[in-house]
Design a protein around this ligand. Structure first.
Ligand code: MF3
Ligand code: CO
Length: 266
């Protein structure tokens, strides 16, 4: 989400029952994203992906979270190459071999939300782009690992920033992760940069959408005339991965995937 100025903060911690409902929303998100990532091929349009997602989310008994949100016109965000996030699906946008595509999708079930994203290769991509995708996904893995009671928000932010910058990349500043629950965007805002040991303490039942956005060049972005699509200011490639995660006494719980899936976040 776009970061905003806000003075009062009210973090809502969720009960076990609420987390189970969020997990049901999260499983819809995961299932749709898994289907989409396997459909991606050179020659197809981003609108075809959006139409598939719209049909499947209804079949799975959920409501798409993005469509109509502040006037957003589609079910998915599809962001290609230098597009960072919030790319709008279009029948004119044809995927080509060597592109990277961020698929971002949210769903609502029984009043609770899940939000996740994955950046996938279109056909074969360069070794350098594979490294960008791997590093960004690893920055999410490391951020998720910080989601434990007693840690601080800055520990999550720092995990993303330090891993991305160690590999020569930069993190976007104007866009942040966010609390999530009965609304898609709740307090807190979660920057992808920060100091370890700083910020609010993490408590059991907190639920965060963690979404590293990593540019291969500089950190700057601008928003296109469509008023949605964020692109890197220098035209460099950008990758984006996201999961909805709960802080629990047993450790991080990735709500946007099945329990039995283990290992890397995507
Ligand atoms: N994951 C994105 C975010 O949290 C998705 C929002 S797209 C919107 O900002 F269209 F709904 F805004
Ligand atoms: Co999000």
């Amino acid at each position: 989400m776009r970061s905003s100025e806000k003075s009062t903060v009210a973090v809502i911690c969720k009960s076990r029952t609420e987390l189970e409902t969020m997990h049901r929303a999260g499983l819809v998100v995961w299932n749709v994203l898994e289907e989409l990532r396997q459909m991606v091929r050179p020659g197809m349009t981003t609108m075809e992906l959006d139409q598939h997602a719209e049909r499947r989310v209804a079949e799975l008994g959920a409501r798409p979270a993005f469509k109509g949100y502040r006037g957003y016109p589609a079910v998915l965000c599809t962001s290609i190459n230098e597009e960072v996030v919030h790319g709008i699906p279009s029948p004119k946008r044809v995927l080509k071999e060597g592109d990277i595509l961020s698929l971002d999708f949210g769903a609502e079930v029984d009043g609770y939300f899940g939000d996740a994203a994955v950046t996938v290769p279109v056909g074969r991509i360069s070794a350098e782009l594979e490294r960008l995708l791997r590093t960004t996904r690893e920055s999410l893995d490391r951020a998720i690992d910080q989601c434990r009671p007693g840690n601080r928000l800055g520990d999550i932010s720092h995990a993303v920033q330090s891993w991305a910058e160690r590999h020569g990349y930069s993190v976007v500043r104007e866009l942040v992760g966010h609390g999530i629950g009965t609304r898609m965007h709740e307090d807190l805002q979660l920057p992808n940069y920060g100091e370890p040991g700083r910020g609010p303490r993490l408590r059991e039942g907190m639920t965060l959408a963690i979404e590293p956005m990593v540019n291969s060049g500089g950190p700057g972005i601008r928003v296109l005339d469509d008023e949605w699509t964020a692109v890197s200011a220098d035209g460099s490639y950008s990758a984006h991965f996201e999961h909805t995660v709960a802080v629990t006494a047993e450790g991080p719980w990735i709500l946007t995937r099945p329990r039995e899936v283990e290992g890397p976040s995507w």
